[in-house]
Design a protein around this ligand. Structure first.
Ligand code: AHM
Ligand code: MG
Length: 333
């Protein structure tokens, strides 16, 4: 019989000298949050959770009802356990401190509770992305600057994908493993051990409506893919765009591919669309652990020193040889 996620993590933690069980406890709370979100996403209109909340988040984006609900679920499920020093979410402007009535722990939890939420009303896959960091030594009331650690410092990263099946994919820096929710017993069971990304691919994902705003290296790469067999690559390429990063990354972990949300000139104040802390870093950790590569085009995403909790970065990730090629085009200028 295959293992459930918590059993898997307990066994992994046993191999680490000095592990206290704190991390396992935190992960078990995150798993509960994802199951609750899977339930609400799955019921949709039946429980009245679709549509707009009529509010805006810190990024000035209109919030969906489910953006607000899932953010609350994540907070509720994770604040009481005693494993966290604080949380930060894409949906909240400031750091969320652990309320005084609960004990505090040594970890920081960073999350996007419902990524791809523009897809929710049309019944297309959405997901949750999370990242776990350590609170700096001696810090009891973490502030935003305590979260501003490069992605290389992540202890764990994962995503839940609410698709035809609900899955949870996770890394603790020891490879990537995927679990499928068995709704009959309410457990995430190990279904995709040791996920790896093929080095080569003939499939790319990008929002092509932004083409005129891209930089020259990305325009060149995509033009060459589209030129196909008769172009400089001498091969036909396929294109996909779900507009849910979680679904996109999951496809790449399953059969390879390259995903790009590059720098564009649409809004000079923003370096891209996706957020470093909530989206780019956790996905980069997973992709690298599966043998892929992740870059802004000019540097490894996980080495970017964050300057702001809600900072955006260009994202180019997936099959190693294609990401390397795009980075090479950036180097050529
Ligand atoms: P969100 O966190 O507000 O849902 O935005 C992130 C999403 C990603 O999942 C996806 O890759 C991208 O935005 C889609 O952007 P676009 O609407 O430009 O296609
Ligand atoms: Mg998001």
């Amino acid at each position: 019989m295959s293992k459930n996620l918590v059993q898997f993590i307990i066994e992994e933690q046993r191999a680490i000298a000095g592990a206290t069980g704190d991390f396992t406890g935190l992960l078990s709370d995150i798993v509960t949050a994802c199951k609750r979100i899977a339930h609400d996403v799955n019921k949709g209109a039946l429980i009245g959770v679709l549509g707009s909340a009529g509010s805006e988040n810190v990024q000035g984006e209109t919030q969906k009802k489910l953006d607000v609900i899932t953010n609350e679920i994540f907070i509720e499920s994770n604040q009481w356990g005693g494993h966290l020093a604080a949380m930060a979410s894409e949906e909240m402007e400031d750091v969320y401190p652990i309320p005084a009535r609960y004990p505090k722990g040594k970890y920081l939890l960073v999350f996007d509770p419902l990524d791809g939420s523009s897809n929710i009303d049309v019944n297309i896959s959405v997901g949750t992305i999370f990242s776990i960091l350590r609170a700096p030594e001696g810090v009891n009331n973490p502030k935003a600057e305590d979260f501003l650690q490069p992605g290389t410092k992540q202890v764990c990263a994962g995503y839940a994908l609410y698709g035809p099946a609900t899955m949870l994919v996770i890394t603790t820096g020891n490879g990537v493993n995927g679990f499928t929710l068995d709704r009959d017993i309410g457990e995430f069971m190990l279904s995709h051990p040791k996920m790896t990304i093929p080095e080569d691919t003939r499939e790319f994902a990008i929002n092509a409506s932004n083409e005129r705003f891209w930089e020259a290296p990305v325009q060149r790469y995509v033009r060459e893919c589209i030129a196909g067999k008769t172009g400089p690559r001498g091969e036909n390429f396929n294109m996909r765009w779900v507009a849910s990063m979680v679904a996109e990354v999951h496809r790449i972990l399953t059969r390879g591919g390259i995903f790009m949300y590059p720098r564009d000139t649409k809004d000079p104040k923003k370096a891209g669309k996706l957020r470093l802390m909530y989206e780019a870093n956790p996905m980069s950790f997973i992709v690298e652990q599966a043998g892929g590569m992740s870059s802004t085009g000019r540097e490894r995403i996980m080495e970017v020193q964050p300057s702001d909790l809600h900072q955006r970065v260009p994202v180019i990730l997936g099959s190693k040889n294609e990401v390397e090629r795009v980075v090479g085009y950036h180097l050529e200028g």
